[in-house]
Structures are given as structure tokens and as C-alpha cells.
Design a protein around this ligand. Sequence first.
Ligand SMILES: Cc1ncc(COP(=O)(O)O)c(C=O)c1O
Length: 422
Amino acid sequence: MHTYHTPLDLVRERSPERPVALVRPDAVAVAARWFQDKFQGDVFYAVKANPSPWVIRTLAENGVNSFDVASIREVELVAEHAPGGRMAFMHPVKSRRAIERAYYDFGVKTFSFDTHEELAKILEATGGADDLSLIVRLAVATDGASYSLAGKFGAETHEAPSLLLAARRATQDRMGVSFHVGSQCMRPTAFQAAMAQASRAIVRAGVVVDVVDVGGGFPSVYPGMIPPDMSDYLDSVQRGFSEMMVTEGAELWCEPGRALVAEGTSMLTKVELKKGDALYLNDGSYGSLFDAAHVKWPFPVKLYRGAADAHEVAGPLKPFRFYGPTCDSLDHMPGPFWLPEDVREGDYVEIGMLGAYGVAMSTGFNGFGDAETVEVRDAPMASMFGLAGRSIRTPRDEQADDRKVVRLSRPKGAAGKKRRKR
Ligand SMILES: Cc1ncc(COP(=O)(O)O)c(C=O)c1O
């Protein structure tokens, strides 16, 4: 992989025609070491967040050598790029063939499920193996999350006890519970609340569990979404765990995706046309901007002018929206993306914090989506791990602050009158 000191160096040297994934392995390494040091249990990386080989290798080299996989392709990727890594197949719905291959060809022993039918499938596909770790996925409240994963998976309260009992009877080895509080969870206490919910299900079932897996949901930083400190999340998990009805030796697991990789990639895109407040870019919702289009997240941006006098462009900012390169009108990212108002065709927009669910979502629709990858050495645009500030402010935040200041500093308002009455 070619390395540049900064994205600007790349623009200066190459003026790339295709979108470029700017990867920062150091940022992934720092996040991995942070989780590995501070989380008092086992950290499984959720491969779906970014299955790039460099991510899997970097995580394994920095201590995160356990992986939450959801498909045979992910199993193969981990086997190839983190040989010897431990895997847990945590998709609650799997094909029989995928279970068979995972168990017999790759030695995967941990499987999750949220129905009796899936449990039966796992037992049949592994020939009634008695060395399985069986994890029951529970439905929990997801109202602290910016991207709720509720509805699709998870046994509901009334279904959980019989499933827990069935799992306990089916294995001589470990049995446990897992859940997902929803992605980009903005409320640390959501973990403690979910663990209390899981604990009630365990008590009702009257079983002993060996594993409590708190899933993913640990957040990153985006404009308008500045989470509390990451250690608040781990404190909440720790408090939740200490209050759970589990045996002394029970294991605590987590499955972060976003938090480990979001800071590790930004995209360098080219402006093909400017039409009013719309910029037509060479990457979009069928490339790495799925969340910007479909979840309408306003990712942070920087602007570079190419050619001979390449430089980062400053100046008064204006809100823009983006269109991607395909012919589909859904290929639209509303933003707002705050860029210098004289942005023009041929400029480069770097879109930050795209390491999670960015390149991972890319398709080849309409003949686009063919990005190259280079390594850069500068800091991400924001960081939960001290590599940059833990906030991304936009001019709109500043205007809102100014309005607050005006309101607070108005002395003749209601407060003044009240004081006189007394
Ligand atoms: C089972 C499971 N674990 C972990 C994750 C990772 O979640 P996040 O990226 O929010 O940390 C997901 C995401 O969909 C998931 O489905």
C-alpha cells in the first residue's frame, strides 16, 4: 500500500481521478490497544464494520485477535489475515452449510441464535457436537442508539427463558447471552440497563450462564453526535456485570465494530460539478457514503484544491449537499456538509470518520465504486482515543451557541422582574 504523509501530499503528487480510501492503521491500532487494555473481558471485533485485510491484520497485531463473524466469507477473511484468531459466529440466522463449514473446516465453536429452530439447525449441522458455546441473542431496549438495530434479531422477554433452558441442556460447554443496544449508542447507561434486562431473563429461566456478551454499539464522533467519554461506557458495562446473576467465573465479552475502526479511514473524493448548493462527487451512496445517504449522517469534511499550487482551502463556510456518481436519484447525501463557499469543479473533498460501514458497504453499481487505498499518517478528524478532539463543530453549532449567549446575557428578562418582586 502506498503511503503519503497527508491527504494533501496525495492531491499534490497525483490528482487522483478515482475516489481514494485514506487509511490510518495507527488510529485502528490505538483503538484496539485501548479496548484491549481497558475492557475487563474479551474483545471480539465485529468484522462487518470493515472487513479490509489491513484492518484485520492491524487489530490482530495490536491484541484484538478475536472476531465476531457473520458469514463464511468473513470466516475465510479472518482465517487468512489473522491465522489462529478466535471466531464467534454471531449472526442469529445462518445457512446449514455455513454452520458446517465454520465448525468442521475452521474450528468455529461459538454460535448465536434467537429461536429454537436455529438452535436445532446448529446442533444438526454440527452432528450434535457437545463442545459448542451457545449464545442466546436477547432483544433489549435500543432507545439510546442513533442507529437502532431493534426488530430484526433477539428473543423477546416471553421467549427468552425457554430458549435459555434449551441452550443450557444442549451443551456441555459454555452457554451465554448476548444483545445489541443499537449502533452509535449515545447513552452509556444503556449497557447497564440491557444487562439488567438480560439478568431478569436468566433468573426467570433459572439457568447458570457462563458468558455475557454486551455486543457492539460503542460510539464514534460525527457532527452533531459527540458521545460521552468511552470509559463511561466501560464503567456502565462493569457496573451492569457486577449486578448480574451470573457465576463468579462468568466471562464478559464485547463485540465493538464502529468504535475500533471509524477513525481509521476517510475518503478523498473529487468534485465533478457544482450546481448551486449541490456538489456532484465521484463517490456516493453506492460507494462508501451509504450512511450519509440513508441514515443522513453529516460526516465532517475538508477541501483541497489540486493542480500546481495544491493547498487546503479555507474561507467562509456554506452548507452543501452531495450527489454521488450513479444515475440513481437516491444517490443523494443531504448533509449539510460545511465547505468553503468557493468550492469548484476539480477540487477534492475529504470526508472523514468513514472507517466503519463505509468502504464495507460499497457496490459496483453503474460501473462506479472502484476506489483505491493508500495509507496516510495524519490524525483522524476526531477521536474517542485522544488522537484528535472529541467533537466536530459546525458553523450551525456556533450560531446556536451565539443564540444561547444572547439569551443568557439578557438582563431585563423574566428573571430580572422576579428578582424585583421578591
Ligand atoms: C451481532 C453484532 N455485533 C456487533 C456489531 C457491531 O456493532 P457496532 O458497529 O455498533 O459496534 C453488530 C452490528 O451490526 C452486530 O450485528
